[in-house]
Structure formats: C-alpha cells, structure tokens
Design a binder for this molecule. Structure first.
Ligand code: GTP
Length: 409
C-alpha cells in the first residue's frame, strides 16, 4: 500500500480514496472446500438459546488448549478467494441475502438525500406547517418542539434547537427555510464530534474488528462492504464467519469473500463462535493479514445468555492478542427508532462497543434517532448505510447528514 493511502501513525482511514488494483493472495489457491454440514432451515430467535453445538473433533492447535470454554465445535475452514481483476458481469449466486451487485449510481450526497427523504420530509413538511406566515412565539416553539421529539431527535437536542431559535428570532417573523437552516446548524454541532471514520492501525497485524448487533441490523452486509472498501485501499483483509448460528450468514460472507478476494474462515453451522474467532485470529496472525473482521450472530440485547457469549468471544480472542478486538462495532438499524438507544447502552456495557454504524437510513422516517444517540452516548459514528450495495456505506459526515435531514441544500 502506498504511503498516501495511510493516515497518521500508519493508519488507514475508511473511504475517500480512489480504487487500487486488487492485491493478489500470496499463497497458492487451495482447493475449494465445501461447507461441511448440510444447511439447515434458519432457526427462529426463540430457539437460539437451545441450539445444539456441532459435535466435531477439535483441531490440534486449538483454542481449547487454553481451557477457556468447554463446548465441542466444528473445525474451522479457510476459503481463499481470488478477487476478480475486472468487475464481474455475472452476479455471484450462493446467497439470496448476499449483497446486490453494484449498478451505476448517482453520487453519495444525492443518495444520502434520497435515502433520508422519509426522515427529512417528516421534518420539513412539519416545519412548513408550523411556520408558514407565523411568528416565532411560544405556541409555534411548542409545536416545533413536539415535531422534533416525534422525529426521534430526542429531548436534549430538541430543547437545544428551540433555545437556538428563541435566542435568534423570538417574536419576529421567520420563514420555514430559516428554521430549517438553524435546525441543520444545531444538529451539525451535535454530530460533529462523533463523525469519525473507522481507522485501521496497520501496525497491528492484524487489526481486529468485532461486529456485533441485534438480528438483521446489517452486520454481515456491513462487513462485506468494509471488506470491499479496505481491500480496494490495498489492505490484506480476512473475514471470520462467526455468525455460526445462521447458515445463510456464513454463505453471505463467503460471497463477499469471493468478490473481494478476502479469505473467509468458517466452521459448521452451530459451531462454537468463540473457537471459530480464535482460529481465525490465529490464522490471520500467521498469514500477516492487516485486518480481520469477525462476524457474530445477531442477538437481542435483553437476552443475557447470548450477550454473555459475546463476552466469551472477546475473552477467547484475547488469548491470541491481549489487545484484541481493537474495534467493536455495533450496527444499528435506523428503522428500529428509540430501541436503538437501549441497544447502544447494553451492547456498550457487555461488549465494549467502540463505534457505531447505522444502516437502513434509506427505509425510514426515523433517521433522527442517530442524532439522539450521538447526544446521549457520544460514541463515534463511523459510517452510515443507505442501501444494500457496497457503495451505499459511507463515512459519516455531520454536515451532510444534518443538512439532509433538515432539507437544506
Ligand atoms: N435498505 C437497506 N438494507 C440494508 C442495509 N444494510 C443491510 N441491509 C439489508 O438488511 C438485511 C439484513 O442484513 P444482514 O447483513 O444479513 O444483517 P445481520 O445483522 O448480519 O443479520 P443476522 O445475522 O440475522 O443478525 C439484508 O437484506 C441486507 O441487504 C441498508 O443500509 N439499507
């Protein structure tokens, strides 16, 4: 990787850099290895607690040598993929849930605005309704405050916007455009400190990212998108299919592996996730990977047994690298609204979340929740997703987001 792709301290910042030629895997390509168990029907969340772990022999160089946990597990398999040198015309088949192929797209800012249309129209139409031909007085301010709270911005941010408006224009005429401009400015002030792209410290070999979150929030898809973007920046990326609960997630990750040339370490469905993560980190170290991204099964934050499993994964990988994971990323589905606040709180306590990624901002009128989360928790927001393609995940910009939701061009 050339120096100009690295930030300070040998780190690589996510996004904003042109494409590079795909790195070629150094090792000769091994035989493709079939997934060793037939794929079962997806199991419902309620059944997860009782899902049986696969009975299988334990590898010689096993995480079990460290006597951390006692469940049997399947042996991990590494699949090496050669990234296509040209963008593939044919869509990759295995999983219907895998990421869609890239299509010619409009620019990111345009997509962000399009994606946030539902959130912004709720706010802008409401503001127009409140302020057309009306003075800024106590009644209008109260109506506006209600609107901001209903738009999920949270009490603190809503109060802040109202205070700023009152200070600037109390008892005078004000247009909806002016109200939107003040709203955008205040939201930007709240978001500015948390807008921090994910930085990979390449002095770590590998830099370990653990992806956590509630079911279906976009963990696997986000890993795929990051894998694509970081391999394009010249990093040697490895993926661990630690969502051993959902067979489709393993397949989905392999599709991203094929697309990006990133080897995927996977095990049997139902295998112990901590053991798989251990094996993956051991291999990533041995093979000199720059970045290892570990997928985990989705879990509701109020299921204590499942949350304890996350702690176990972290304990086990620390036997290989005491500093790992270097980042713990929580994916949040914007459509879940207020529940996202409790997800941040509980995953934060259990797994030591270091940064957030909010997905599905394209399908919701509840994108304001990101502002409430920023105000309450102050955790870095690394990226946001406004669609399923790799380029629909971008570094989070406070100004772009604030303007987009306030409908300011
Ligand atoms: N519209 C939209 N869909 C998204 C976005 N990110 C992910 N998805 C879709 O959301 C669905 C769930 O994504 P996954 O990546 O499988 O979620 P997960 O968190 O790994 O799911 P579990 O393994 O069940 O916990 C998939 O259909 C994705 O394509 C986004 O930003 N916008």
């Amino acid at each position: 990787m050339s120096e100009d792709k690295r930030g300070l301290f040998g780190s690589v910042r996510m996004f904003g850099i042109g494409k590079k030629e795909q790195p070629k895997p150094e090792a000769p390509k091994p035989e493709a290895v079939e997934v060793e168990t037939p794929l079962a029907e997806p199991v419902r969340q309620a059944e997860y607690d009782s899902v049986a772990l696969a009975e299988a022999p334990v590898a010689a160089e096993s995480w079990k040598d460290f006597e951390i946990v006692d469940e049997p597990r399947g042996e991990a398999v590494v699949e090496e993929f050669q990234a296509p040198s040209e963008p593939s015309a044919a869509p990759v088949q295995p999983s219907p849930a895998a990421a869609p192929e890239e299509k010619p797209r409009v620019g990111w800012l345009q997509r962000l605005k399009q994606g946030l249309t539902k959130t912004s129209s709720k706010l802008t139409e409401g503001i127009t309704g409140v302020f057309t031909k009306r003075k800024l007085d106590d009644d209008t301010l109260e109506e506006l405050e209600d609107l901001l709270i209903q738009s999920d911005l949270g009490l603190a941010v809503s109060a802040r916007v109202i205070a700023a408006l009152k200070k600037a224009r109390y008892n005078s005429d004000i247009s909806p455009e002016e109200v939107r401009a003040i709203l955008a400015a205040e939201v930007e002030k709240v978001l500015g400190p948390v807008a921090q792209p994910l930085e990979i410290d390449t002095s770590k070999k590998p830099y370990v990212v653990l992806m956590v979150g509630v079911n279906g929030t976009g963990k696997t898809t986000t890993i795929g998108k990051y894998a694509k973007q970081f391999t394009e920046q010249g990093l040697k990326v490895m993926l661990a299919a630690g969502d051993t609960f959902r067979a489709a997630a393993i397949e989905q990750l392999k599709v991203w592996g094929e697309r990006t040339g990133a080897p995927v370490v996977s095990g049997a469905q139902g295998a112990d996730a901590a053991g798989l993560a251990f094996d993956a980190l051991t291999r990533a170290k041995k093979e000199g990977a720059d970045l290892l991204i570990i997928d985990t099964a989705g879990r509701l934050q109020n299921k204590t047994g499942l949350m304890a499993e996350l702690e176990k994964i972290i304990r086990v990988i620390r036997k290989v690298d005491p500093e790992a994971p270097h980042s713990v990323l929580l994916t949040l589905d914007a459509t879940t609204g207020q529940n996202a606040l409790s997800q941040v709180e509980i995953f934060g306590k259990t797994a030591g979340v270091t940064g957030l990624i909010m997905t599905k901002l394209d399908g919701t009128a509840r994108g304001g929740i990101l502002v409430a989360i920023a105000a309450k928790h102050g955790l870095p927001v690394h990226a946001i997703g406004v669609g399923e393609s790799a380029s629909d995940l971008q570094a989070f910009s406070a100004q772009d987001f604030a303007r987009a939701i306030a409908g300011v061009s």
